[in-house]
Write a protein that binds this ligand. Sequence first.
Ligand SMILES: CC(C)(COP(=O)(O)OP(=O)(O)OC[C@H]1O[C@@H](n2cnc3c(N)ncnc32)[C@H](O)[C@@H]1OP(=O)(O)O)[C@@H](O)C(=O)NCCC(=O)NCCS
Length: 398
Amino acid sequence: MARELRDVAFVDGVRTPFGKAGGVYAHTRADDLVIRCIRELLRRNPQLPPERVDEVAIAATTQIGDQGLTIGRTAALLAGLPKSVPGYAIDRMCAGAMTAVTTVASGIAFGAYDVAIAGGVEHMGRHPMGEGVDPNPRILAEKLVDPSALVMGATAENLHDRIPGISKERADAYAYASQQKTAKAYAAGYLQPDLVSVATRDPEQGWGLATVDEAPRPDTSMGRLATLKTPFRPHGKVTAGNAAGLNDGATAAIIAAEDVARELGLPVGMRLVSYAFTGVEPEVMGFGPIPSTEKALRQAGLTINDIGLFELNEAFAVQVLAFLDHFGIADDDPRVNPWGGAIAVGHPLASSGVRLMTQLSRHFAQRPDVRYGLTAMCIGIGMGGTVIWENPAWEGNR
Ligand SMILES: CC(C)(COP(=O)(O)OP(=O)(O)OC[C@H]1O[C@@H](n2cnc3c(N)ncnc32)[C@H](O)[C@@H]1OP(=O)(O)O)[C@@H](O)C(=O)NCCC(=O)NCCS
């Protein structure tokens, strides 16, 4: 049977405000965060009959407790989708939600689905990084990886070692700019449309409503950043200020065949162009997005100069700077994370990929002059992921 690949659209995405681990969501279940996102997607897109959702793929890094039990399926049921809608769980650490999107998108292109929901959740307060892991002793005994590869902050220190040109001051300056850009984006009301408020309950303080990210520090200064401890190495360069923090949050997006989206009257926020995941040495996992971006560009027949907007996950400033240096992009290039990034808003691991995409789609709507945008992130155990998107509102299409 001859098959035709179908164009895949990013229809719409939402996220919860991101909390600090053990902060505003200390008494909120992880699955309730992602359920809230799915319900909000359905509320915002009433043209989508719930029974037309063919799959729900939800990522979490620690798939136990309230992040376990095949969370894509249970979240779909609890969000009120018909019982006929299946779901599954995905894990690729930080790139969980990114992988959820590329996986369902591939199913859509192949013709297995018309419409799917993809997202991720990480409650790092309830499930601290590394909870319950049991690495095979061979990994270290056979020196397959350096022991530092299992501590993400230590891998960031390793990156500083490999690229002496990225000083602590430069990493701090990048982090400071991220905080400033996020503050400006909030003030302009650019980030709020992505957010779905979450009702919270605290045994002492009672009911609350999370409406904004908890982690940003708009008042930080270069002077204060310079004084922070370096928890991953004595006299190191990675601090709480130039790294993403430990956060709780969830994201979800509607992904659909473009022709089905148009038939249903759903918006087409972005069109998938290409994606790639690649492996690098685990002890310098922050290099990951470099080869994944080269591969995704190659597949698309594009060069880095064709990319008008970048949404790069800021796991660590040094890792973004390594990417920018490799591609010859200035630290303050206005195409890069124009509304700030994870250093300010936070990085609830498996959820972040869809935050990058949702934000890029909002940029696209504002920027008809831009044709292509790129979302990329580094991934634990030495990987990178990149997804390239086309702007349907690009003025050249008119
Ligand atoms: C770096 C890390 C260990 C810091 O954790 P933490 O100590 O709980 O962080 P905190 O938020 O308490 O910050 C530590 C201190 O720095 C201060 N601080 C943090 N960010 C700051 C900023 N931007 N400006 C000024 N001060 C800041 C805090 O106020 C706190 O000060 P205090 O000790 O006087 O209270 C943690 O955030 C981390 O592990 N990040 C990386 C997460 C990760 O690996 N993700 C996966 C990526 S692949």
